[in-house]
Design a protein around this ligand. Structure first.
Ligand code: SF4
Length: 327
């Protein structure tokens, strides 16, 4: 690993100001992704600004029934919170489906949202990768692309976003609180991530140096009936081959409201609005759930090795919604 300098900021404003003045600096949260990438030579920051001692580690139940999660709250702590387990089980399950216990003890809420793709070519500095080295090409497009995108990819990049947490937050309409040189503001999670387009190196809509300070969940009583289902190559410590976060609200057997988001299919967590539209206002059945998934995936463009993701995503949609409907 290349040498780097280390700074522990006094407060959020100091952290943001230091980043603004250093073109090759990065925030350090749990380090579970960044330090790996530094060891591989994929990321080479000259200065690390350690945000883990900032007072961003609180979880607050809000007066309106929502929840505010500080950016440095560790994934294990968040999953264990009674309010999360009771009011947003989809979130607890997504957190516990990620990585290993040791990694979850270190990984932070903000860092989890900003983790980089696990495309193997991105991590191999000997291979062409537009995300790591803009303009160099995309070795994955005609290479091993089993784990990569089926929706919304571009010729420049077919990577997927690896976060389980982000998929649950997409289904819950989370809002991300950020701080930059102009001060604090809110960014809906739906507006946080970018499609790869011609600039896959830009993964979010945040300007360089913007710090995530918290994530807010709106009050959503329906989320008490919610779940996250992840399918992977082995039972733990693996990224998703497919995943679905679901909230289901039934009036008798009629779908009054539903929230669905998919993981492992696109460059960003994929909110399945078309599937939701298909489900809303209709009597629930597994057949309806399958039709809804098909509607969402109608414009999918599978790559050479990942056509399996379509029937897989369809199957987990049916399974998670059917389980929620009978719970
Ligand atoms: Fe790089 Fe994206 Fe292509 Fe992977 S899919 S090699 S991350 S450009």
């Amino acid at each position: 690993m290349r040498p780097f300098r280390y700074h522990r900021p006094a407060d959020v404003a100091d952290a943001v100001a230091v980043l603004a003045g250093e073109p090759h600096a990065a925030y350090l949260g749990g380090g579970t992704n960044l330090v790996d990438l530094m060891k591989l030579g994929v990321q080479r920051p000259e200065l690390l600004v350690d945000v883990t001692r900032l007072p961003l580690d609180a979880v607050q139940e809000l007066p309106d029934g929502g929840l505010r999660i500080g950016a440095t709250v560790r994934n294990s702590d968040l999953a264990a919170r009674p309010a999360v387990r009771r009011d947003y089980p989809v979130l607890a399950r997504a957190l516990l489906a990620a990585a290993s216990g040791q990694l979850r003890n270190l990984a932070t809420t903000g860092g989890n949202l900003l983790q980089r793709t696990r495309c193997v070519y991105f991590q191999d500095t000997g291979k062409a990768c537009n995300k790591r080295d803009p303009g160099s090409g995309c070795a994955a497009l005609h290479g091993q692309n089993r784990d990569l995108a089926v929706l919304d990819w571009s010729e420049q990049c077919v990577a997927t976003h690896p976060s389980d947490l982000a998929v649950a937050l997409a289904a819950l309409d989370a809002v991300v609180e950020v701080h930059d040189a102009d001060g604090a503001r809110d960014v809906p999670l739906a507006a946080l991530y970018r499609s790869p387009g011609t600039h896959p190196e830009r993964e979010t809509t945040l300007a360089r140096g913007t710090l995530i300070t918290a994530v807010r969940l709106p009050a959503l009583p329906a989320a008490r009936r919610s779940a996250y289902l992840k399918v992977r190559d082995r039972a733990s410590f693996a990224f998703a081959a497919g995943s679905v976060a679901a909230v289901l609200d039934l009036d008798g057997d009629v779908v009054r409201d539903v929230r669905l988001a998919y993981g492992a299919v696109a460059h960003r967590p994929w909110r399945a609005y078309r599937a939701e539209e298909e489900l809303r206002g209709r009597p629930f059945s597994p057949e309806l759930a399958a039709r809804a998934a098909d509607a969402e995936l109608a414009e999918a463009r599978p790559l050479r090795h990942n056509g399996f993701k379509l029937p897989l995503t369809r199957a987990i949609t049916v399974r998670v919604l059917t389980e929620l409907a009978s719970s």
